[in-house]
Design a protein around this ligand. Sequence first.
Ligand SMILES: Cc1cc2nc3c(=O)[nH]c(=O)nc-3n(C[C@H](O)[C@H](O)[C@H](O)COP(=O)(O)OP(=O)(O)OC[C@H]3O[C@@H](n4cnc5c(N)ncnc54)[C@H](O)[C@@H]3O)c2cc1C
Length: 460
Amino acid sequence: MDKRIIEAMEKIVGVDWVASDAEKINSYITDETEKAIAPVPCFDCVVVKPVDANEISEILKYANNEDCIVIARGGGTGCTGAAVPIKPSIIMSLERLNKIIDVDDANMMVECEAGVTLFDLEDTFKKHDSLFFPVHPGDEGAQVGGMVVENAGGVRAVRHGVMRNQIKGLEIVLPTGEIIKTGGKLLKDNTGYDLTHLMIGSEGTLGVVTKAILKLYPKSSNSGSLLVSFDDKAKAVEVVPKILREGITPLAAEYIERDFMLRSAKDLGLEWPAKKGIVDLYFILDEPKEEQLYETSARIVEICDENGAVDSLIAETAKEQRTILEIRSHGYPSVQHMVVDILDVAVPVSKIMDYMNGIDELAEKYNATIPSFGHAGDGNIHNFIMTEDGEKPEGYEELSKEIYKLAVGLGGTITAEHGVGKVRNERLGIQFSPKHLEIMRGIKKVFDPNNIMNPGTGIN
Ligand SMILES: Cc1cc2nc3c(=O)[nH]c(=O)nc-3n(C[C@H](O)[C@H](O)[C@H](O)COP(=O)(O)OP(=O)(O)OC[C@H]3O[C@@H](n4cnc5c(N)ncnc54)[C@H](O)[C@@H]3O)c2cc1C
C-alpha cells in the first residue's frame, strides 16, 4: 500500500490504529463466504480503526480527494464477499465504535454505535428486565452497522421482521465526508425521501453508518419451542401459511431437513430429539402469558396433525430448548467443508412448495445435492449446493442461474437477507429491468460521485 496513504491514515487516527503488515490485515480481508465462490482478496490494503464519526469523515474526505477505495468493515460475518477488498483499499474497521449510547425505556428504542456487536446487544437485553431486540442473524460477531446495511434477518423475523422494520434513525458519514442524521426516535416521519431506508441494504456502498436508533419490544418470559415432524416435505412447508393465516405468529418457524440435524447431532455427541419422519418444523414461541403459550403450542400441533404431521414434541425445559438450538446452529458448520454456495432466495410464503418442487427437479436435472434449510415462515429457504469436497460441481453457474430464475418467476427475489455482495452481481438482471438498475446506479452516483465506497459490490 502506498506509503503516503498509510501516513495520512496515521495522522488522522494515530499510529496505534493503523495496520498494513500482511499478518495484521489477514483477518480483515475475508468474510464468511464459502471458499468455492468467495472473491479473491487483495492483500495490498491498510486497516484503519477510527474512534468516531469525525475521524471517519476525515478519512473519507482524504479518500475521496485521493481517489482511494474504502471498505467499511463490521464483524466480517457476511456471506457474499461484500467486505472483501478486491483492489488496494483502505479497510475501515468500525470495532472502536462500540458504545451502547442509550436504552430509552419510554420510547422503547436503543441508540448505539455501529460497531456494537450482536453479542453485546443481546447481552444488554438479557440483563434488561422488560425489553428485547428481536433481530438475530446466526453469528453474534455481526455488528449493528453491518446488520443495518445488509438488512439482516435471521430466525426470529416471522413476528417482528428484519432490520428494516427496526431502524428508526441513523448517523451516516457520506463518501464525500459530510456527516448526516436521518430519522429519530419517531414512530411517524413523512418528510422528504427516506434516506434511512436507502441506507438499509446498501451493503456499504453509499456511506458509513456510525450510529443507529433501533426499535425494542416488550420482553415476554414465556417462551417455548416446538418440533413437529413430517414424512413428506410438501406437507411440512404447506402447513406454515395455514398457521400464519390463523393469526398465530411464532417468533420463528424454521424448516429443517433431518439428515442435516443427524449429522450435526453426531458431531456434537448429542441426540436430535425427533425420531419419526424425514423433516421437521421448528417453532419458537414467545407469549405474554403461560396459558397462551400452551394454547398456541396446542393449536399449532393440531393444525400440523390435520396436515399430515407424524410426531410433535414440546421442548419445555431450558435444557431441551438449548439442545435443539445447539444442534440446529451446528447444522451449517457440520457440513461447511462440503458447501459450495448457500442460496438465499425468498418467494411468497404461498409459493414455497412450488419452489421446493422446482429445486427437486433442478437437483435431478443437474445430478446435484441441494438440501434445504431455513426460514419457512418468511418464504426464505436456504438451499445448499454441496459436493463431497466443496468444489464447484460441473454446471454450477447454470444451476444457480436456473434457481434464481425459478424464484423470480414465482414472484420472489434472488436474495432475501444475505445481500448481493460480490457474488450475485451478475444475477441482478434476472430480477431487475435495465431501467431499474439505471435508477439504482444514479442513486449511487449522487451519494458517491467518485465511486470510492466498495466498488464491485451490490449494484455497482
Ligand atoms: C453462521 C452465520 C449465520 C448467519 N445467519 C444469518 C441469518 O440468519 N440472517 C442474515 O440476515 N444473515 C446471516 N448471516 C450473515 C451476516 O451475519 C449478516 O449479513 C450481517 O449483517 C453482517 O454483519 P457484519 O458486521 O459481519 O458485516 P461485514 O461482513 O463486516 O460487512 C458486510 C457489508 O457491510 C458493510 N459494512 C459493515 N459495517 C458497515 C458500516 N458501519 N457502515 C457501512 N457499511 C458497513 C461492509 O462494507 C460490507 O459491504 C450469517 C452469517 C454467518 C457466518
